[in-house]
Design a protein around this ligand. Structure first.
Ligand code: BJ8
Length: 383
């Protein structure tokens, strides 16, 4: 589909290969843990020797089945995730030995109550307010509880040493992903928006840790070489766009392709699965592994957090570092927290950063693609 070195395939291929791999992994005796959110400290299931896999739904197909149980006016990501679970159409969900969720938005946490009826599900109590020491202590304790629950559900023992090794391993992956997405800081960006998004997304479906890291290394080197050879596909005159908001894996074509077809270059994703969870490392020198994990994960700037200053700080820095010309805030329908927070983001971007900003609200269907195209074209023309 796009010109990437052969190891990173198109979305469909990546998923198909992932399904086969997941089955093989299970047959080899490996445990699999399904996760829904960037707040999940993946280092805990990794320390248990399990592979982690994102099980957030990205397709609209299972939504009608989900709506037999869940209300229609709910976020498509929640309905899709639940729909896949009850229709056995997501092998990652199917093969998971346990699921980890968090008390993030209301829709997700209530959906987990239904989900727990079909699969062992541990829900972490994520504090929804940034209140310094109180918030930190609660979250640190929740990470300890997660460790105990994981031990119980997977029948293993997790030591601090296991967690340290997992922290190191996960940090190595984050450093590589960061090196990759920072290629978009170049002018013009060394990557198209789809190349940027596709690799960040696909890395979550590669279960062999060493293979993943070596493929990322090769990919970064290949992209650098392509740039140096003058074969970069991005035109230097294109306006540079940053995408922020709800997760877009279920609408990547509609958003990324349509924006870039409209004449812009997407250079940064202030999103989960992208910069939001990979930018900050876990402190490897901290002997208290729970302290190190609690501090890193609490800094994630999600709109489910009250007084989400971390998102503003991140946007502030990214707009400067990536020399962004305009910000597009993508809100999934019925995602109230991101929707409400749009006002604060708009004020910040327009008044403090002095660049254009737009919000769009959409769901997993393709029916609004042309409408969005018209709005993106108008926005890009205005920059
Ligand atoms: S840290 S963004 S992964 S909660 S889009 S289900 S918020 S109604 S996915 Fe998320 Fe964790 Fe936050 Fe990231 Fe609810 Fe909004 Fe739907 Fe969402």
């Amino acid at each position: 589909m796009i010109n990437l070195p052969d190891k990173f395939d198109s979305f469909n291929e990546a998923r198909r290969n992932g399904f086969i791999k997941a089955k093989e992994l299970k047959e080899s005796g490996k445990k699999m843990v399904g996760t829904f959110c960037t707040y999940t400290p993946a280092e805990i299931p990794m320390a248990a020797g399990a592979v982690t896999v994102g099980v957030c739904g990205v397709s609209e197909e299972p939504i009608p089945d989900a709506e037999k149980v869940l209300p229609r006016n709910l976020c498509p990501l929640i309905k899709s995730s639940y729909g896949h679970a009850i229709t056995d159409t997501c092998p990652y969900f199917y093969f998971s030995d346990m699921l980890i969720g968090e008390t993030t938005c209301d829709g997700k946490k209530k959906m987990y109550e239904e989900l727990a009826k079909v699969k062992p599900t541990h829900v972490m109590h994520l504090p929804n307010m940034q209140r310094g020491e109180y918030t930190y202590k609660l979250w640190k304790e929740e990470i300890r509880v997660l460790k105990e629950e994981t031990e119980k559900l997977l029948g293993v023992t997790i030591t601090d040493e296991d967690i340290k090794l997992a922290i190191k391993d996960k940090n190595e992956e984050r450093k590589l992903l960061k090196e990759y997405y920072e290629l978009a800081k170049l002018k013009p960006s060394a990557l198209t928006g789809m190349e940027l998004h596709q690799v960040l997304y696909q890395s979550g479906f590669k279960f062999d840790r060493e293979e993943l890291k070596s493929e990322l290394r090769n990919l970064i080197d290949a992209m650098k070489k392509r740039y140096e050879d003058g074969n970069c596909p991005v035109n230097k005159d294109k306006p540079r766009i940053l995408i922020t908001g709800s997760p877009i894996a279920g609408i990547n074509e509609k958003i990324i392709k349509t924006i870039e077809d409209s004449g812009a270059s997407i250079v940064a994703y202030e999103l989960c699965g992208a910069i939001r969870n990979n930018d900050e490392l876990v402190d490897e020198n901290n002997e208290d592994v729970y302290d190190a994990l609690a501090k890193k994960y609490l800094n994630i700037g999600c709109s489910c957090m009250m007084h989400n200053d971390n998102r503003v700080k991140m946007l502030d820095r990214l707009v400067d570092e990536y020399e962004v010309d305009g910000v597009i805030d993508v809100v999934l329908q019925a995602c109230h927290t991101f929707n409400v927070e749009s006002y604060r983001m708009k004020e910040f971007i327009t008044n403090e950063k002095h660049i254009p900003y737009m919000t769009i609200e959409t769901d997993y269907s393709k029916s609004d693609t042309e409408q969005l195209r018209t709005r993106f074209e108008a926005f890009i023309e205005m920059i």
